[in-house]
Design a protein around this ligand. Structure first.
Ligand SMILES: [Ca+2]
Length: 246
């Protein structure tokens, strides 16, 4: 009698053991997928409640046959009396409005919201660079503006470059916008004109009358009224002195 009772109790205890522990299979038999909404753009997360064996089973949920469903890959496995093959995934590399299916899946079946970065501030710069190229070789002078918090200026090998710093973009006359602009410079080497000096005429000496008479000596002339006023350059001509009338 005691032996029979022990057998009965053993049978009852076996019946209480959950079926899941009675099989050495893969307990991870559910999978989260993104099920495409019918007639409405978007996906609904099917929780973690889709049996893996049903993915490829047309008699089951058959999500593999849904064109826009996004399904992760999973290895082959068994559960209870069910089994499934390794699944490669579906639409993981498909772009939906520019977003990968795998990204949508990882984001809970919703395309992540892309926040536009703050647009760069527009900075106006001059259309031309102040410079001076006088005649003659290698004397070009370029007045490069000083760099600021917004714009970096450089002058290398005859090229002036304006580059917008981070957070800024450049514009000229409010039209073209770009990250940088360049200007090229080279000395024209234009020869300077040759300057010829004009001789300055010697002004006539006022009040001097050219000598009209040569005298043998100083003093009064025979015709009277003479003063000895020697004209420059005439005093020693021929050892004589010329006199002029004043
Ligand atoms: Ca020059």
């Amino acid at each position: 009698m005691r032996k029979i009772l022990a057998i009965v109790i053993g049978a009852v205890m076996l019946s209480l053991i959950p079926a899941a522990t009675a099989h050495a299979d893969n307990p991870d038999h559910k999978v989260l997928i993104c099920h495409a909404n019918e007639g409405v753009k978007g996906w609904s997360p099917n929780g973690n409640n889709v049996d893996k064996d049903s993915i490829m089973n047309p008699l089951g949920a058959g999500h593999d046959s849904h064109a826009d469903d996004i399904i992760p890959a999973f290895p082959a496995g068994t559960h209870a009396n069910k089994s499934w093959d390794a699944y490669p995934g579906k639409n993981l590399t498909t772009l939906f409005d520019g977003v990968l299916g795998s990204v949508i899946l990882a984001n809970g079946c919703t395309p992540p919201v892309v926040v536009d970065p703050t647009p760069p501030a527009v900075v106006g710069i001059p259309a031309s660079i102040d410079h001076n190229d006088p005649c003659g070789p290698n004397n070009l002078v370029v007045n490069v503006p000083d760099s600021t918090e917004q714009v970096s200026w450089s002058y290398v090998d005859g090229v002036v470059t304006a580059t917008a710093n981070d957070g800024f973009i450049l514009t000229i006359n409010g039209e073209t916008k770009a990250k940088s602009f360049t200007w090229e410079f080279a000395d024209s080497n234009e020869p300077c004109p040759v300057v010829t000096e004009t001789p300055i005429p010697t002004p006539p000496v006022k009040g001097v009358v050219p000598p009209t008479e040569e005298l043998a000596h100083t003093g009064l002339s025979p015709i009277g009224g003479w003063l000895a006023v020697a004209a420059a350059g005439m005093m020693l001509l021929g050892g004589a002195i010329r006199f002029v009338r004043v």
